[in-house]
Design a protein around this ligand. Structure first.
Ligand code: DC
Length: 229
């Protein structure tokens, strides 16, 4: 069977990573969560007092980029690669709302993007990869054989994310999660460098009213059409 590249882009909290993990497991492909990379850079900036809700020392961050080393290490129990920032597993820390509230500002910085995009291209150079993010089908792999663009209503996305955070013991309110989802989409879609847009050849999946299995069945059909020829 032909090995392909699967690019999954779309709005915040549309279940991109859930779908990407399902596909990678089913196909035996590598899964790369590019959002985790932007989140890890954000976490680094927070820890080094380069960014907060009231300030952002963007020049210092640019100088510090050389000291940021990111890698994914496969966790067999979880079935996917966890992200390490300078050899420390930060998979849990980067999912917190404090990081979500600042990550779009970090993702606007071109120098951050070019560093991460270079690494992402390297991860996918041998194909057999499922990568999710905001610019995968437009910038990272414009030649990907399958491009998906995922969306759902903001209300439904915020409800799903709220339940997920609550189940992890995070002390957030629904309003805070809703505001974050809407604000991130706004910044991600309007930034100058690599804004979140649907690639012309991407297939849109609105999963407002699809459950995980229905969505998976739909996407597997698209994958099968592409790996067979
Ligand atoms: O997928 P996520 O919600 O974990 O991504 C976090 C943020 O990172 C998202 O709001 C925008 C940014 N991002 C990006 O700009 N480009 C990507 N390829 C992936 C994420």
């Amino acid at each position: 069977m032909k090995k392909i590249t699967i690019a999954i882009d779309g709005h915040s909290s549309t279940g991109k990573s859930t779908l990407a993990k399902q596909l990678a497991k089913y196909l035996g492909y590598v899964y790369v969560d590019t959002g985790a990379m932007y989140r890890a850079v954000t976490y680094f900036a927070m820890q080094n007092n380069l960014i907060s809700t009231t300030h952002f020392d963007v020049e210092k961050l640019k100088n510090e980029l050389i000291n940021i080393n990111l890698k994914f290490i496969f966790n067999a129990d979880l079935g996917f690669g966890e992200i390490y920032l300078n050899d420390v597993n930060v998979e849990n820390e980067i999912r917190k709302i404090e990081v979500s509230n600042l990550v779009s500002k970090i993702a606007e910085v071109s120098e951050v993007r070019s560093k991460l995009v270079e690494q992402q291209k390297e991860f996918g150079k041998d194909k057999a990869v499922v990568m999710d993010g905001r610019d995968i089908g437009t910038v990272v792999f414009p030649d990907a054989e399958l491009k998906l663009f995922m969306t759902a209503s903001a209300q439904i996305r915020a409800e799903r994310r709220f339940q997920e955070l609550k189940s992890k013991g995070d002390n957030v309110t629904f309003e805070e999660v809703y505001k974050n989802v809407v604000e991130r989409d706004e910044i991600d879609s309007n930034r100058k460098d690599s804004p979140l847009i649907k690639a012309i050849d991407a297939i849109e999946i609105d999963n407002s009213h699809l459950n995980r299995n229905e969505q998976f069945e739909k996407v597997i059909k698209l994958v099968n059409e592409r790996v067979k020829n």
